[in-house]
Write a protein that binds this ligand. Structure first.
Ligand SMILES: [Zn+2]
Length: 385
């Protein structure tokens, strides 16, 4: 038997699975191996991934950062499907829409329209795309329509439609007639009677100049459990078992299981929404279209700063200095920066002085320079389509 670092329950050793303490949605698979652990039970790995990591990833602003990164790293010479942008629930009432269904509106990279009809979930209202468990279990239907701009690069629309809603049980229906191509080739279903009525509806309602209303919901504490989990995992990866018995770690564990409406545990840090970071700070701790984590010790403890593309920033204390000695701090004493590019499947680690020197143009980093050149190269591509 051993104890899981997240739920603290003793479980048989065979119940433990590989956990990326820097979640895969941030590119954690490309972080140093030190930040992968087998001291998390399979149940926590699965449930916290589905709900806590997803709560963060599926927040509109966070998911928008990852969409922008995918577009910025897009290479027209090697076209891939791009993520759709969620526009919230639409006021459209397609035929046979049930009372507990929502008609969610999504936009493709060239203005393609997608309407996904799925069950409403009052409890997880801020999860873009709904409850991650329901979307795996219940079959839903989505209707896809090309835009006028699709003709400029029909392959891009085609690949985007192919990859849309991957891993969810969605019956995908094409509303546009595509000459010389069969939507069945990219996983679309032949329309039945209901689909035929809805295709007609979307073709009529979603063309021309009509105005529609969409609503988007945001939960302001969507990141509390996520940041507690990240802090707990990073602290444990750096210092091991000795930090598990501190009062501060107990607060992080409480925060990890926090429920809406409950009093917040005593976590030291601040969120992106709290707005305590000025742009200069975000520029220093981040890097364009990258996820960066800065681990830095101070008199107060060890902090983790999470930054998304110099746009969004969080800071949280991951360990108090109680139980730690100089030898524990030595490897991170100057600060460690982990730079992750999920879409490029790359990750880099450097010290904070190296990172600052690199950003100030004082030292070179060939791999990062290659990535930066790539990002700049196609920035005008979508504007001209
Ligand atoms: Zn557990």
């Amino acid at each position: 038997m051993k104890e899981c670092i997240y739920c603290k329950r003793p479980k048989p050793v065979e119940d433990f699975t590989l956990e990326h303490v820097i979640p895969q949605c941030l590119g954690g698979a490309y972080a140093p191996d030190k930040f992968k652990t087998r001291d998390v039970c399979g149940q926590c790995n699965n449930n916290l991934g589905l709900f806590v990591d997803a709560s963060f990833e599926k927040n509109w602003f966070v998911s928008q950062f990852f969409r922008e990164a995918a577009y910025a790293l897009f290479d027209p010479a090697k076209p891939v499907g791009l993520p759709l942008t969620p526009m919230g629930s639409s006021d459209l009432m397609p035929p046979e829409l049930q009372e507990d269904d929502v008609c969610e509106s999504w936009l493709g990279p060239l203005g393609e329209q997608v309407y996904w009809i799925r069950p409403k979930d009052a409890r997880l209202y801020w999860y873009v795309g709904g409850n991650p468990r329901t979307t795996k279990k219940v079959e839903t239907r989505a209707y896809f329509q090309f835009s006028e701009r699709s003709t400029k690069n029909a392959l891009l629309s085609w690949l985007t439609f192919r990859d849309a809603f991957e891993g969810r049980r969605v019956r995908k229906i094409m509303c546009t007639i595509v000459d010389g191509a069969d939507p069945a080739d990219i996983g679309f279903a032949p329309p039945d009677r209901l689909d035929a009525a809805r295709i007609e509806f979307f073709r009529t309602a979603c063309s021309g100049e009509q105005t529609r209303k969409n609503s988007l919901a945001i939960y302001t504490r969507y990141d509390v459990r996520f940041m507690a989990k990240l802090a707990l995992g990073v602290g444990y990866s750096l210092f091991g078992e000795k930090i598990l018995s501190t009062d501060y770690t107990a607060e992080l564990q409480k925060a990890l299981w926090h429920r809406e409406g409950e009093q917040l545990p005593d976590i030291q840090g601040t969120t992106d929404l709290a707005g305590h970071f000025d742009q200069l700070f975000k520029d220093v701790t981040g890097h364009q279209y990258a996820v960066t984590l800065l681990i830095l010790p101070s008199k107060e403890g060890v902090a983790v700063n999470l930054n998304l593309g110099s746009k969004m920033n969080w800071i949280v204390k991951c360990a108090s200095l109680e139980n730690l000695d100089a030898a524990d701090i030595e490897p991170i004493k100057d600060g460690v920066v982990i730079i992750l590019y999920k879409y490029l499947q790359r990750g880099f680690t450097m010290t904070l002085p190296e990172f600052i020197a690199y950003k100030g143009g004082m030292i070179d980093h060939n791999d990062l320079a290659t990535i930066n050149n790539h990002i700049g190269k196609h920035s005008e591509y979508f504007k001209n389509l």
